[in-house]
Design a protein around this ligand. Structure first.
Ligand code: IPE
Ligand code: IPE
Ligand code: MG
Length: 261
């Protein structure tokens, strides 16, 4: 990997020294098309540059000690884009997986995916399965790619699964609780994101982790994804470090000395 400059490495160490690094960061990588349009380039050129940003941000997250990085790579709605854009994106995914799997192993990164894997072209599925298998024993960080992912799709699937379990008598209706629902999502086993970042300036979720972001801290930057660098990531984390996560409680309850009555 080794794409970080010495200055960036130093900045990472400074942010790290403050503690409270998010355990799980999820990113809506938006703005590739606009980046290309501004330069009179085809949208695909923006996606290509976006892949470079991914490398940089993966390396930055590893250096920061982030445990899970979930990247919104392709949504269920993105299938409706022009055919050529979709097919180029799929080719880019295949090419990147081929190219980067060794790097993932060198850096002890485990690759996982969430989303409707079966809807992906066979070649993508094959490459994904291979990269997932090759990196399965890595433990420093999980790089989780949301591919053909939609929060609503995932909830529909979970409802179907749970209903089937009730119908066959495997579980009772009373066994349905938050934990059971979480365990029936494609993110089962992963912690919820602590920090959700969106590049490209839009203040919306676009069908990303609807259930899982119930208490995530949200950070939006105008920076378009191909221009997103270590600096923007660190700005987001610095902002996160200043937040008070109350989870519905009042501030005083969060201090260690607070007496529960
Ligand atoms: C995000 O960039 C990448 C994908 C959705 C695959 P966009 O392609 O949405 O870029 P903008 O939002 O049009 O600039
Ligand atoms: C969200 O971006 C999906 C990904 C980044 C993969 P979109 O560009 O698809 O979202 P909208 O259309 O602006 O909501
Ligand atoms: Mg977009």
């Amino acid at each position: 990997m080794k794409v970080l400059t010495d200055k960036e490495k130093k900045a990472i160490e400074e942010v790290k020294a403050k503690g409270n690094i998010p355990n799980h960061i999820a990113i809506i990588m938006d703005g590739n098309g606009r980046w290309a349009k501004k330069r009179n380039l085809p949208r695909v050129a923006g996606h290509k540059r976006g892949v470079e940003t991914v490398r940089l941000i993966v390396e930055s997250c590893v250096a920061l000690g982030v445990k899970v990085l979930t990247l919104y790579t392709f949504s269920t709605e993105n299938w409706k884009r022009p055919k050529e854009e979709v097919s180029t994106l799929m080719k880019l995914i295949v090419r990147s997986l081929k190219k980067e799997t060794d790097e993932l192993n060198k850096n002890n990164i485990k690759l996982t995916t969430i989303g409707d894997k079966n809807s992906l072209p066979e070649i993508v599925q094959k490459e994904l399965d291979s990269a997932i298998a090759k990196t399965a024993n890595n433990s420093k960080m999980i790089l989780n790619l949301a591919l053909s992912y939609g929060g609503r799709w995932e909830l529909v699937e979970a409802v179907k699964n749970i209903s089937a379990q009730v119908l066959t008598g495997k579980i009772s209706i009373d066994a349905i609780n938050e934990e059971l629902i979480s365990n029936n999502l494609t993110t089962a086993g992963l912690p919820n994101p602590d920090l959700l970042i969106r590049s490209g300036g839009e203040f919306r979720i676009s069908n990303f982790l609807l259930w899982q972001i119930a208490y995530s801290e949200i950070y939006v930057t105008d920076t378009l994804w191909p221009d997103f660098r270590c600096k923007q990531l660190l700005d987001a984390i610095k902002d996160y470090q200043k937040r008070e996560r109350r989870f519905g409680l009042v501030s005083e309850q969060l201090s260690k000395n607070f007496k529960k009555n």
